[in-house]
Design a protein around this ligand. Structure first.
Ligand code: SAH
Length: 359
């Protein structure tokens, strides 16, 4: 009898790897397609319930394989319909994922790390530091749990890698997760429905430009000069604004797609008319749009959200320079589910206590 430790976790496997694993165990490769359908489209992880497989295969699967899934530890709904999910991982760590309905699309905001190493000055997740990378199974597992919880498994939805963590700092597992999410026998997502948001880790960004599965790209710019950006996004001291814009200019974009530049607006820090003009000129040569994110303020974050007038004035200057610009509507702020508000404490505390920490 195989011990639990020796059983392969199917959630970790891309379909070709599952095909090989099945073959090694003496089964036909094509069963991988059926198994993917059960797990991703129907939400069934128990081999016994995979009724189009033979009884022998089901028994063999139950003996030799497992399918790990994050557990739903807590679920909270905002007045605006946004839902925040606290998920517990196999090692007892927790992560948060968010469901944002009707934007107009249905969107899952997914984490790629427990915590984050980037330490952006205005982000609560950054205060946690990096605890560990998520595995591809844990990244995709969030989608499996959320899609089941809000009954969207068979529907179309979008994914933004804008939860906890810096996706390009966990490159391999993130890319593996994207390949699993886009597998035609699984969720069968179009890469165009997936957006990867990054501070712009340059070598990883250049590598991303060569990938077969290419998500939409969002760059967390937040300031038009190295001097300002270095204060807000510490990694800018290594990979500066000019290099990032260069990489964006070269980034291969499909016909109508554009890079999104995210820009958190902080009162009196990066929201002046001069900042707006500089920003517009900086991104002018890139097929792009600017997404302004008025700060979601929180205790411990030493910045303030600008007034609506300041936000509108900034947006108008950018638009007047011929750059497409939008203002991100804050969603789920009442339950601390908005951008930059995801934070969980160490494994020992209960879910309720953990949420209390950020209230
Ligand atoms: N690590 C990725 C994903 C971060 S979350 C990245 O940096 O792009 C998505 C966006 O929310 C980022 O642009 C991030 O900078 C922004 N953000 C972080 N904290 C915020 C806050 N307190 N208010 C508004 N936006 C915030």
């Amino acid at each position: 009898m195989a011990t639990a430790e020796r059983r392969r976790d199917i959630a970790e496997l891309e379909r070709p790897a599952l095909e090989s694993a099945l073959e090694e165990h003496g089964h036909a490769r094509f069963h991988a397609r059926q198994i993917f359908r059960w797990i991703y489209r129907r939400g069934v992880t128990d081999a016994d319930a995979m009724t189009d497989l033979s009884r022998e295969l089901r028994a063999a699967l139950a003996r030799d394989f497992i399918v790990t899934t994050p557990t739903l530890a807590h679920r909270e709904i905002s007045a605006d319909g946004t839902e925040k999910f606290l998920l517990r991982l196999a090692d007892g760590r927790h992560i948060e994922s968010v469901f944002i309905p009707d934007t107009p699309a249905m969107t899952f905001c997914i984490s790629t790390q427990v915590g984050c190493a980037m330490a952006c000055a205005f982000c609560l997740t950054g205060k946690m530091g990096l605890v560990r990378n998520l595995t591809a199974a844990e990244i995709v597992g969030q989608v499996r749990v959320l899609a089941g919880a809000v009954n969207l498994r068979e529907a179309r939805f979008n994914i933004v890698l804008m939860g906890m963590g810096e996706p390009l700092h966990n490159y391999d597992e993130t890319m593996k997760a994207l390949r699993i999410l886009t597998d035609e026998h699984g969720f069968d997502m179009s890469p165009r429905r997936i957006t990867l948001s990054t501070v712009g880790l340059l070598p990883a960004l250049e590598r991303l430009a060569t990938e077969a599965v290419m998500p939409n790209l969002a760059i967390s710019l937040h300031a038009p000069t190295d001097l300002q950006r270095g204060e807000l996004v510490p990694i800018n001291r290594k990979y500066g604004v000019g290099d990032i814009i260069d990489a964006c200019r070269k980034f291969p974009l499909k016909n109508r797609s554009r890079i999104t530049f995210e820009y958190v607006l902080l009162a009196g820090v990066n929201d002046s008319p001069q900042d707006a003009r500089r920003l517009a000129k900086l991104v002018a040569g890139v097929k792009s749009k600017v997404n302004l994110i008025p700060l979601n303020a929180a205790a411990g974050i030493p910045f303030e959200r600008p007034s609506d007038e300041a936000v509108n004035r900034f947006a108008k200057i950018v638009a007047d320079h011929g750059v497409a610009v939008s203002v991100r509507k804050s969603r789920g702020r009442d339950i601390r589910a908005a951008c930059g508000q995801l934070i969980v404490e160490g494994a020992k505390k209960s879910a309720a206590q953990q949420l209390a920490v950020v209230m």
